[in-house]
Ligand binder design. Structure first.
Ligand SMILES: Cc1cc2nc3c(=O)[nH]c(=O)nc-3n(C[C@H](O)[C@H](O)[C@H](O)COP(=O)(O)OP(=O)(O)OC[C@H]3O[C@@H](n4cnc5c(N)ncnc54)[C@H](O)[C@@H]3O)c2cc1C
Length: 478
């Protein structure tokens, strides 16, 4: 019997759910993807039109179906390869494709499945925004911004990355100041900053790196400071031979993950980090890069994280996440080279400091900060401040009405770790009373509390592919 599945959010995650469902279902179903953007597939991460914003990992980890992990490379060649994008290929033959192009690739695969798919399901893009959800018996009713509504047998939540919250020193004083850029992904306002404005990036990771490079390409002349408490800059990709051989997928869907196979399951962060340190020292003694053992851990997080007690997970989020993130999310080499040049000529500086206050000085913003190492307090004027503190991880603190509704209706709750939604190990939402709902599934970065690192595309896809047979069973056996 035909069922109706509503997917809320049509970025990479929503597109991948629709594609996998249409491929794995035995019967034809009605699949609706609710997404306000023009196409389904790009989402926030891959809708940038900036030619300097590139994937942060090579082509072979960005795919939509595990049986064709070379698809993106072929697609790139079809576009014209180096003639189409001369900067994409690095010296070792890896492709770091522009993020906007990857968004187009995903949108094309989604459209191809709308035209034809193995289960002959219908796949519709509803260009709208979900604002409310209620469950009545076995059915869901979803209210849309346009005033229309949907009823669905099963709902998948894939709303993911929300704009960053405004850090405290800026929140009350300059949040509405024209020189304060609260949303780093609103490219027109970043492009509109005058080239002689002293720039402060609050945050030193990949989003800051993206936008620094954007400003440099636009001919930015004034000094640029990127500041965070620890001043940690995203790390580099190894230039040694690849840290693994064989298809990436095989590393992340093993029965026992690589790190667990070597070290067993740790219940304490201390032992876990120690095991990693020993591995890294041994690798470096053999002349191998730290990235190889680190990647074994990254590709095992889905098994390592659930074994940690809640208190250890919270400790990780409070203290270790910034270190994990800068080692895990690496700069595309093209971006790294441009940053290095700006550092070399003294235009760009990274600073570890605690921001104390921010006040308007008319056209710009005066920022007072304490240097992490010298403890000295400094005051500096900036022509623009850009908030690059990362997507807001708590759904209840976002302005997204649909996420708010999931919580206020009791259908979902924030994960006890304090980030993302609470889901069980099948990605089913856990409700306000602690019961899991197999007809309300969540995939992608929203499930970070449960899975630890469901952020990169292959990890998102592995969760979707693992759960899809069960989702199909629920739909077709009832
Ligand atoms: C700037 C950035 C760059 C990244 N680069 C990479 C990379 O190079 N490689 C990699 O593997 N990972 C990268 N990531 C990680 C990224 O989160 C995942 O790879 C993946 O793109 C997540 O896709 P998504 O669809 O879950 O989220 P998103 O891309 O955030 O898309 C979510 C979609 O949901 C829609 N939505 C939100 N609320 C509603 C609502 N109420 N109703 C309807 N629709 C709604 C939004 O419009 C949006 O299109 C990046 C993340 C960011 C933020």
């Amino acid at each position: 019997m035909t069922k109706h599945i509503a997917i809320i959010g049509g970025g990479y995650t929503g597109a991948a759910v629709a594609i996998q469902l249409s491929r794995q279902a035995r019967n034809a179903h009605r699949i609706s993807v609710v997404e306000p953007r023009e196409t389904v597939g790009a989402g926030l991460a891959y809708s940038t039109s900036d030619p300097d914003h590139r994937l942060n990992a090579p082509d072979m980890v960005h795919f939509l179906t595990p049986d064709d992990q070379q698809h993106l490379r072929r697609w790139f060649e079809e576009q014209g390869g180096a003639r189409y994008d001369a900067e994409a290929e690095t010296a070792d033959g890896a492709l770091f494709i522009r993020r906007g192009d990857f968004g187009r690739f995903v949108a094309e695969q989604f459209a191809a499945h709308q035209n034809v798919n193995p289960s002959e399901s219908s796949i519709n893009h509803l260009r709208d925004r979900a604002i409310d959800i209620e469950q009545s018996g076995a059915m869901f009713r979803i209210a849309l911004d346009s005033g229309h509504s949907l009823t669905a047998d099963l709902v998948v939540v894939a709303t993911s990355n929300e704009k960053p919250s405004i850090p405290k020193p800026f929140a009350s004083s300059v949040a509405a100041h024209p020189a304060f850029h609260a949303n780093p992904w609103h490219l027109p306002s970043i492009e509109g900053i005058p080239i002689d404005a002293r720039l402060l990036f609050v945050g030193t990771a990949l989003t800051a790196a993206d936008l620094i490079v954007t400003r440099l390409r636009l001919g930015h002349r004034a000094p640029i400071i990127a500041m965070s408490r620890r001043g940690l800059r995203s790390t580099r990709r190894t230039t040694a031979a690849s840290t693994f051989t064989g298809p990436f997928w095989d590393r992340i869907v093993r029965e026992t993950s690589l790190f667990v196979a070597k070290h067993g399951r740790h219940e304490g962060l201390h032992d876990l980090i120690n095991a990693l340190r020993i591995e890294i020292q041994a690798a470096e003694a053999r002349g191998e890069p730290w990235q190889a053992p680190f990647d074994d851990l990254r590709d095992s997080v889905w098994q390592v994280w659930p074994a940690l007690p809640l208190a250890e997970k919270r400790r990780f989020m409070r203290h270790l996440r910034p270190w994990y993130d800068v080692h895990r999310f690496r700069l595309p080499p093209q971006v790294e080279t441009k940053l290095d040049l700006a550092i070399g000529r003294g235009q760009l500086r990274y600073k570890a400091a605690h921001i104390l206050s921010a006040t308007s000085n008319g056209g710009g913003i005066t920022v007072e900060y304490r240097d992490r190492f010298s403890d000295a307090v400094h005051t500096e004027d900036f022509g623009a401040v850009i908030n690059c503190t990362g997507p807001e991880p708590r759904p209840d603190r976002t302005e997204n009405p649909f996420m708010q509704a999931l919580i206020s209706r009791g259908l979902a709750r924030v994960h006890p770790v304090g980030v993302g939604f609470d889901v069980d190990d099948t990605s089913a939402a856990v409700d306000a009373n602690g019961g899991s709902n197999p007809r309300l599934r969540m995939f992608g970065p929203l499930t970070i509390g449960q899975f630890g690192d469901p952020q990169g595309t292959p990890f998102i896809l592995s969760h979707i592919c693992t759960q899809m047979p069960e989702i199909v069973k629920i739909l077709e056996d009832n």
